[in-house]
Design a protein around this ligand. Structure first.
Ligand code: AMP
Ligand code: MN
Ligand code: MN
Ligand code: MN
Length: 284
């Protein structure tokens, strides 16, 4: 059998901040030639049984997944967990705790926006949340586009929802150690998501990768919709330097908002170990 190349191991459904259902995503991934797919909703594994059934119905390989929000030296970092048991009690409890506080944070974000004259943002964002436990900045962004405050969600993040802006609220997520241990305890493998997005200094990034390895982390996203072409090479080198396997994923959220379509990024560079080779026994 040919080795798998078109693996897309990062995307979001209505169970978190995507606009498509797990079923619609599976069909869309398959239509774009994806051979191996994972649904990685933020801080949730509630869509995994549906996603598996949909992947099987269209003859596509499947790995379970989630994307856990953590706080590392004061910044939010995302850790993808692949091949986890979606019924693992410790993982389920950890993710539930991680989701906790999102509602309160959303109310505070709404208060911040009200101070600059944007009213009703909490209620507005909630309308877009397919999962009331997972109200995210993306749902606020959709509301602010709908209400005419901004042209697109990118503009909303730039003007209102990032550090120092009126709708931004500091939040403490899970720890790196907890997230990696929940994933490993559930039989999966942890992967650092889109590392170029964090804008760490070289020393901070070295510390993140070193601690991640020490806690039992296994991989890093090299080819992701969040990386530029030069960043593919930078993180291919980082993967080799740290002895981490490499992952590939579009981070697709919506046909209207996402720049990167499912299954269309370049394949992994040579000389890297695909994380899905290490997870062969977890592929369904
Ligand atoms: P939250 O977990 O509520 O902090 O929301 C994080 C989500 O917001 C990310 O997973 C992305 O989907 C989205 N996001 C973050 N930054 C941006 C940005 N600059 N432009 C568009 N979407 C963004
Ligand atoms: Mn998202
Ligand atoms: Mn992310
Ligand atoms: Mn994501």
């Amino acid at each position: 059998m040919n080795p798998i190349q078109n693996a897309d191991l990062h995307c979001h459904s209505t169970v978190s901040d995507g606009t498509l259902t797990p079923e619609a995503l599976a069909e869309r991934a398959r239509a774009h030639g994806v051979e191996l797919w994972a649904l990685t909703d933020h801080d949730e594994i509630g869509g995994q049984h549906r996603a598996l059934a949909a992947a099987k119905a269209c003859g596509m390989g499947f790995l379970t997944g989630t994307e856990i929000s953590i706080t590392y030296i004061g910044k939010t970092v995302h850790i993808v967990g692949l091949g986890v048991d979606p019924d693992d009690a410790t993982l389920i409890a950890g993710l539930r705790r991680t989701r906790g506080g999102r509602d309160l944070r959303a109310m505070e974000m709404s208060d911040g926006l009200a101070k600059i004259g944007i009213h009703g943002a909490y209620e507005g964002a909630l309308k877009y949340a397919g999962n009331p436990e997972l109200i995210s900045r993306t749902h606020f962004a959709r509301f602010l586009v709908e209400s005419g405050a901004c042209r697109d969600t990118t503009e909303v993040f730039r003007k209102y929802l990032t550090e120092g802006k009126p709708g931004f609220v500091e939040h403490r997520w899970a720890t790196l150690k907890d997230a990696v241990q929940w994933i490993n305890g559930a039989g999966g493998m942890a992967v650092i998501a889109h590392p170029a997005r964090y804008k760490f200094t070289p020393n901070e990034e070295f510390a993140l990768f070193t601690e991640f390895k020490a806690h039992g982390g296994k991989g890093v996203e090299v080819i992701t919709g969040s990386h530029s072409v030069p960043e593919y090479s930078v993180y291919a080198d980082t993967a080799r330097e740290f002895g981490l396997a490499a992952s590939r994923g579009s981070d697709f959220h919506s046909p209207d908002e996402s720049h990167t379509e499912l299954g269309t990024l370049p394949f992994l560079p040579a000389n890297l170990t695909p994380i899905w080779d290490l997870l062969a026994s977890r592929i369904q």
